[in-house]
Design a protein around this ligand. Structure first.
Ligand code: FAD
Length: 429
């Protein structure tokens, strides 16, 4: 018998239940389809496409080690699967169950083909919809979700296949070049894609940093979080493996991820519409928005975060909170503008996590205290007390010593080399 394994955002060999199940067949066709609908839309940010290409090259190398290859196609994944099934005589299709709008539609169309389709968990620890509150289709508040999530019985880890046999006559095709897929700038200092990089990072982080996660995860300069989010976004590491290995505070973050995914599955408009409309009127301030995007607001803690985003395609979680709060609460600018900019640059940019978190900060989401506003200067004093995070990302201010770096406008002009650094866009004091 022959099965097709359609990889999507589960680009790994380890703990991939769909792959493990597919490999029960005599022959397997592992395939990835560059989906034109995604490549031509707003989700094809250069940073993510680069990470995707590196992850596919790595997956292909692993599949070759197992005796197979990665078949690569471009177009409509449903049509490509139909072609491959006809060509190879495959009668079964395996893939990860994805509950995004696009993933749900794709699964529905695949089920109309002349193959038996089986969709497996693996993108989240607990699939969206598996845990529901009495009288509702999804959890709207995190804490009760976290309690049932943490107490739930999780599936066992899927065994990685030992060998895979391709049927004869399929041509794998080479991977496209980044420039063929997406124009536009990407970050100069990105994380390398792929399962092997992801597993190395996971192992090192669990060994060296996981133990003090609870104390250190909010310390901006220490940079002690796992930075595994891009690998989770593309499924290069398994969220379940991590949840089973990581400390409690870290597991809680993975539960946040699952939480947002189950909200997005139940409320597919999450990236467009207020989840809890509050009748907010937003300011249209083009100049302030441009300054925010460019990391030129004149608020060092905000600018450091925004510059980290462009430099690395990543931003520390605490900085995401501060920059998002500054945009929506201090500048009064619509959270959707912030979401789109994050989406353009974040390698881990994900509809559910990005929109869920933006709405949470903006007060239109699942926040139980939607009116709470963060003061960026107090945040800076608490989470970057010596100013080292700012010094790392805002070189114009690097000469200013200690915490004074957070208020350059209070320094005498001679004390700043910082003539290139702008005055604050608003009076924050
Ligand atoms: P760690 O602290 O090591 O946490 C481990 C993992 O838990 C992360 O890799 C991530 O998968 C998950 N996680 C942690 N916090 C959250 C959270 N609040 N929501 C969802 N998952 C979480 N995360 C994304 O993966 N994609 C996004 O597009 C995204 N957009 C965000 C936008 C805003 C405005 C904010 C405030 C947060 C956003 N986050 C997003 C959540 C969080 O900031 C990142 O997941 C985290 O910074 C990634 O770094 P890490 O892997 O070192 O995290």
């Amino acid at each position: 018998s022959t099965s097709i394994m359609l990889f999507t955002r589960d680009l790994r060999i380890h703990d991939n239940p769909a792959l493990t199940a597919a490999c029960r067949a005599e022959h397997v066709v592992p395939v990835f389809v560059f989906d034109d609908a995604i490549l031509n839309g707003p989700f094809a940010a250069p940073n993510r496409i680069r990470f995707l290409l590196e992850s596919l090259a790595d997956l292909r190398a692993s599949l070759r080690d197992l005796g197979a290859d990665l078949v690569v196609r471009r177009g409509d994944p449903v049509m490509e699967v139909a072609w491959l099934a006809r060509q190879t005589g495959a009668d079964r299709l395996f893939l990860a169950d994805e509950r995004s709008v696009h993933g749900t539609r794709r699964l529905g169309r695949l089920r109309e083909l002349n193959v038996e389709v089986s969709a497996h968990p693996g993108i989240t620890v607990v699939p969206p919809g598996d845990l529901t509150p009495a009288g509702g289709d999804h959890y709207r508040v995190f804490t009760p979700y976290w309690r049932v999530w943490n107490a739930a019985r999780w599936r066992p880890i899927a065994k990685a296949p030992k060998a895979i046999r391709l049927p004869s006559g399929v041509t794998p095709e080479s991977l496209p070049e980044l420039a063929d897929l997406t124009p536009g700038p990407s970050s100069p200092d990105p994380a390398p894609g792929g399962e092997r990089s992801g597993r190395r990072r996971m192992a090192r982080w669990l060994r060296e940093a996981a133990a003090d996660y609870d104390q250190a995860h909010d310390d901006l300069a220490a940079d002690r979080t796992s930075r595994l989010s891009p690998y989770l976004k593309f499924g290069c590491v398994s969220p379940l493996e991590l949840a089973k290995a990581g400390p409690d505070g870290f597991r809680r973050q993975l539960a946040w991820r699952d939480f947002h995914h189950q909200v997005a599955a139940a409320f597919p408009a999450l990236a467009r519409e207020d989840y809890r409309p509050r009748g907010d009127r937003w300011n249209e301030e083009e100049d302030a928005l441009a300054a925010w995007r460019d990391g030129m607001t004149g608020l060092p803690i905000v600018d450091a975060g925004m510059r980290q985003l462009r430099r690395e395609g990543f931003m520390h979680n605490r900085a995401r909170l501060i920059t998002a709060s500054f945009l929506t609460r201090n500048l009064g600018i619509d959270w959707r503008h912030g979401l789109h900019h994050f989406n353009d640059w974040l390698t881990d940019g994900d509809i559910a996590d990005n929109a869920g978190n933006w709405q949470w900060v903006a007060g239109t989401g699942n926040n139980t205290r939607p009116d709470r506003v963060m003061n960026p200067l107090r945040q800076a004093a608490r989470f970057d007390p010596r100013g080292d995070y700012v010094r790392r990302y805002v070189p114009e201010l690097a000469d200013i010593e200690g915490s004074r770096i957070h208020r350059p406008w209070t320094l005498p002009a001679s004390g700043r080399r910082a003539s290139a650094y702008p005055p604050p866009v608003i009076d924050i004091d």
